[in-house]
Ligand binder design. Structure first.
Ligand SMILES: *Cc1c(COP(=O)(O)O)cnc(C)c1O
Length: 510
């Protein structure tokens, strides 16, 4: 089947849209300003003698331009978004209402502390929930994202080793089933990284991990539930071995939404764990922000937590801003301006209070149930990467496509034509041709059934052996077809030049 070409390049009501600079009508403006009064020139040499290159457009042109661009975004508010490891779930609108209350939205970080005691109380309330839920001794609230929380945890571990005369510990063990940010954080923190293999079950090979423990090991970082969507069952055993070897146990808790309300992190022997508030406790976070990665700490690491920290003096809240003083006597310092991602704290507290402990517990249960529903029903045609039930994510490999000529990428592209955002592909790396799906707890059975029908249909079509060409042509219905993704990543065109200066955008890329 070939798509009809149109004179306009538009497809139905999906409109082509150029860059705003290409829409330029020189001299056109959306506003009509009075002629500037004659004033004495005071800019001297600084006066700009050239046009500044703003495009000329009318107000309706500007409105249509940005509205059309916004409609090209696919989002959790427009449809199912099963991207693995990202927790793209519905974000309750109540949270937004709370975050916009003037008392939260209109305060400034430079205001005197005495005028923002309510904000400090909110940060402390969020901290109290996180400590209650995890059973951990303390929490550093300022990290701005999950990866930043990892850095916070490792900085605490590094400080603790230094304080205990253990600075020779320069290596961190990271299993293959860990999230990619874990080894990156360890390297950024100045550590050497040693990989621990996964076993056939998709979990850490405990014997291999134990064999790597020695006096140079500073810490072990384990993602749990891991990126294969599986619970690391041997954490208690691992924690004991790690502690016996004089090292610390860091747990990546970005997938906390699968276990919240169901186990106390402290009982696993964890020394530090970040929590992605934007994932588990719902803040819209597509496109890279905003987020918050509070890091819960064991009693041994708590003294080294970063500033600022909220403290309570009698009945009154205060903020300890400086390392080396008071509660922050042994703090390693500051890692973020101001007090962290305050708006995300407000949303998290709003979510926690609306859900209650029982609601949070049900959410993690429903997230796991939904993933297992996908795993069970899709197993009819797809091949699960691991035996047994999963946590909040279902992982398939590409054995079901063997001999069809169709690849994981082709399936993902064909899903776009079905009106579904593709799941994560080719990750985790330990699974061949992986499809990693995280449905989250906020999707209904009807939505999941629609997704399942689309995917089963595509799997059957691929196996029919007659549809390879169709798959290679997908997506047919999207505004753009297959892009040269390697070239887009390696040679992005980031700058537009007016055609008069040469060959326009093409020239800028060279
Ligand atoms: C999302 C995620 C991270 C990183 O969190 P950011 O907020 O994106 O920095 C780390 N580990 C795991 C397992 C994740 O899912």
């Amino acid at each position: 089947m070939t798509m009809p070409t149109t004179a306009s390049g538009n497809r139905g009501l999906q409109l082509e849209q150029g860059l705003i600079f290409e829409l330029n009508t020189p001299g056109m403006t959306a506003v009509d300003l009075p002629t500037a009064p004659k004033v004495t020139e005071r800019l001297g040499d600084m006066k700009n003698s050239q046009a500044i290159g703003l495009p000329g457009l009318s107000e309706p042109d500007v409105v249509r331009h940005y509205t059309r661009l916004s409609q090209k975004n696919y989002s959790i508010d427009s449809g199912f978004y099963p991207l693995g490891s990202c927790t793209m779930k519905h974000n309750p609108r109540l949270n937004e209402k709370m975050a916009r209350l003037p008392g939260f939205a209109d305060i400034h970080p430079f205001q005197p502390v005495s005028t923002v005691l309510g904000a400090l109380e909110l940060i402390d309330t969020c901290a109290a929930w996180l400590k209650d839920l995890t059973g951990m001794a303390a929490v550093a609230m300022s990290p701005a994202a999950g990866a930043h929380g990892e850095l916070c945890g490792l900085m605490c571990i590094k400080s603790a080793h230094e304080a205990n005369g253990q600075s020779h510990r320069k290596t961190i063990l990271v299993p293959e089933s860990a999230h990619g940010t874990n080894p990156a954080t360890a390297a950024l923190c100045g550590y050497a990284v040693e990989a621990i293999p996964a076993n056939a079950e998709g979990r850490v090979d405990v014997a291999a991990l134990k064999a790597h423990l020695r006096p140079e090991i500073a810490a072990v970082m384990i993602t749990n539930p891991n990126t294969c969507g599986l619970f690391e069952r041997d954490c208690i055993d691992i924690a004991k071995a790690v502690h016996d070897a004089g090292a610390y146990f860091y747990m990546d808790g970005a997938n906390y939404n699968a276990i919240v309300g169901r186990l106390r992190i402290a009982d696993l022997g964890v020394d530090a764990m970040h929590i992605n508030l934007h994932k588990t406790f719902s803040t819209p976070h597509g496109g890279g922000g905003p987020g918050a990665g509070p890091t819960v700490l064991s009693a041994k690491l708590a003294p080294f937590a970063p500033v600022p920290m909220v403290v309570k003096v009698g009945e009154r809240y205060d903020a300890e801003e400086h390392a080396g003083f008071g509660a922050a006597k042994q703090s390693y310092g500051r890692m973020k301006g101001y007090h962290g991602q305050f708006g995300v704290f407000v949303r998290a507290v709003s979510y926690m209070m609306a859900m209650g402990i029982d609601g949070l517990r049900q959410a993690s249960g429903d997230a796991v149930l939904n993933a297992n529903y996908l795993l069970a029903r899709l197993s009819e045609e797809l091949t699960p990467a691991f035996d047994g039930p999963c946590m909040h994510e279902a992982v398939f490999d590409d054995r079901f496509l063997k001999g069809t000529g169709v690849t994981t990428l082709d399936i993902a592209k064909a899903l776009i034509d079905e009106g579904v955002h593709p799941p994560t592909m080719y990750f985790p790396l330990v699974v061949h041709g992986a499809l990693l799906m995280e449905p989250t707890e906020t999707e209904s059975k009807a939505t999941l059934d629609g997704f399942i029908e689309s995917l089963l249909h595509l799997a059957r079509k691929a196996k029919s052996g007659t549809a390879e060409a169709d798959f290679k042509a997908a997506p047919m219905y999207s505004p753009r077809r297959r892009l040269d993704e390697t070239k887009a990543a390696r040679k992005p065109i980031l700058r537009w030049l007016p055609p008069a200066d040469g060959n326009g955008a093409k020239q800028a890329a060279e």
